[in-house]
Design a protein around this ligand. Structure first.
Ligand code: FMN
Length: 359
């Protein structure tokens, strides 16, 4: 549980905000970085088909702020030439690390051979990694799943091949492509990979508490941990884990902190996109932040029926005032399980026209 290096890039603390299409955009990453404890940020996955055709959407997705560093750009695709071109573009853009997505289970990505589809075509994956490695000078990393399906679990084999091809860090989400987001992530495989390769290895999947993170470090000997969905429900999770690693008192956000983070998120969204889009994003994600708070379900409904920025801000104010005064809000129930946004194709818009154009 100490900082580690990917090439010359230090990851400190050893905690990465896991890439989530439609979630970990420019705004969300900035907010999380401010909450503290995030050692590395990663872009949403970006289609090499879009990137190499200069799609405006891809350009927007490559944006980052200096204070996010180290920052990795993650690309997906299956065409060797375009993967190489996109990797070069990511380096030119100033990314510290280039990450190849080998985990996305979305049919429209897999059908074209990309994402977790590459776990079925190791010679192609090897060629992609080898060619990218020759063409960039920033470190190359790989994010994989356990395997394509239960009968083809090959994460250890893929990691060994990747190390030989020059990959400098492997992150494993311990589920197969077929599992999507069901069941529990297999962390034993993280341990097996760690024992099989000498590059740093990070584990990923279902980390939602400080105890859980510490236990995973302990049990697997992994160098780092990636956290995705847990960050939507508790943006301070990274800071809390860092506190625990450093032996400090673990930060506990107050109601005021929670209100402020919601308002700040909305403000950043409004700065970055048209009001309608900001309202949509706020409605998608705000509910996740209210896990463990009274009347969370009703609050989500209220936000859902808000039609302007003023209404959203007013409703956030009313909600937190009610909680602060100890009054009832809606049914006043505390939800222990808030429905998670649980798929990489739920929110992402993989650009069909670019995917179609694969050459
Ligand atoms: C909405 C959503 C979008 C995702 N998008 C990506 C992505 O673009 N690239 C990627 O490598 N993984 C993606 N993932 C997978 C996560 O990075 C992570 O591997 C997975 O959610 C397991 O970790 P967690 O339990 O901490 O969320 C996505 C997951 C979700 C829920």
């Amino acid at each position: 549980m100490k900082p580690f290096k990917i090439g010359e890039v230090e990851i400190n603390p050893p905690l990465t905000l896991s890439p989530m299409a439609g979630v970990t955009d420019f705004v969300f990453r900035r907010l999380l970085k401010k909450c503290g404890g995030v050692g590395m940020t990663v872009s949403e996955f970006i289609s090499v088909e879009g990137m190499t055709r200069n799609s405006p959407q891809s350009k927007r997705m490559m944006r980052f702020m200096e204070f996010e560093r180290p920052f990795a750009i993650q690309i997906f695709g299956a065409n060797v030439k375009r993967m190489v071109m996109a990797a070069e573009m990511a380096e030119e853009q100033g990314a510290d690390i280039l990450d190849v997505n080998c985990g996305c289970p979305a049919p429209k990505v897999v059908k074209k051979g990309g994402g977790s589809g590459l776990l079925r075509t190791l010679p192609l994956l090897e060629e992609i990694l080898t060619e990218i490695k020759k063409s960039i000078s920033i470190p190359l990393t790989l994010k994989i799943r356990s395997g394509f399906d239960e009968a083809n679990i090959n994460a250890v084999e893929v990691s060994k091949m990747a190390e030989q091809a020059g990959v400098q860090h492997v992150a494993l989400h311990g589920r197969t492509r077929s599992q999507r987001y069901t069941g529990q992530a297999d962390w034993d495989l993280v341990k097996q990979i760690k024992e099989a390769v000498s590059i740093p290895v990070s584990g990923n999947g279902d980390v939602k508490s400080v105890e859980n993170a510490l236990q995973r470090f302990e049990e697997t000997g992994c160098d780092g941990i990636l956290i995705g969905r847990g960050a939507m429900q508790n943006p301070w999770l990274f800071r809390q884990i860092q506190d625990a690693i450093e032996g400090c008192e673990v930060f506990e956000p107050t109601l005021q902190d929670k209100q402020e983070v919601l308002l700040e998120f909305f403000e950043l969204l409004r700065e970055d996109m048209p009001e309608k889009a900001a309202l949509g994003k706020m409605k998608q994600l705000a509910g996740q932040f209210t896990k463990g708070l009274r009347g969370g379900a009703k609050f989500r409904q209220t936000l859902y029926h808000s039609h302007s920025a003023e209404e959203i801000v007013d409703n956030i104010g009313i909600y937190f005032d009610t909680l602060n005064e100890g009054k009832r809000y809606g049914d006043n129930a505390v939800e222990t399980e808030v429905e998670m946004i649980a798929s990489c194709d739920a929110l992402s818009k993989v650009d069909e026209s670019h995917s179609q154009a694969t050459t």
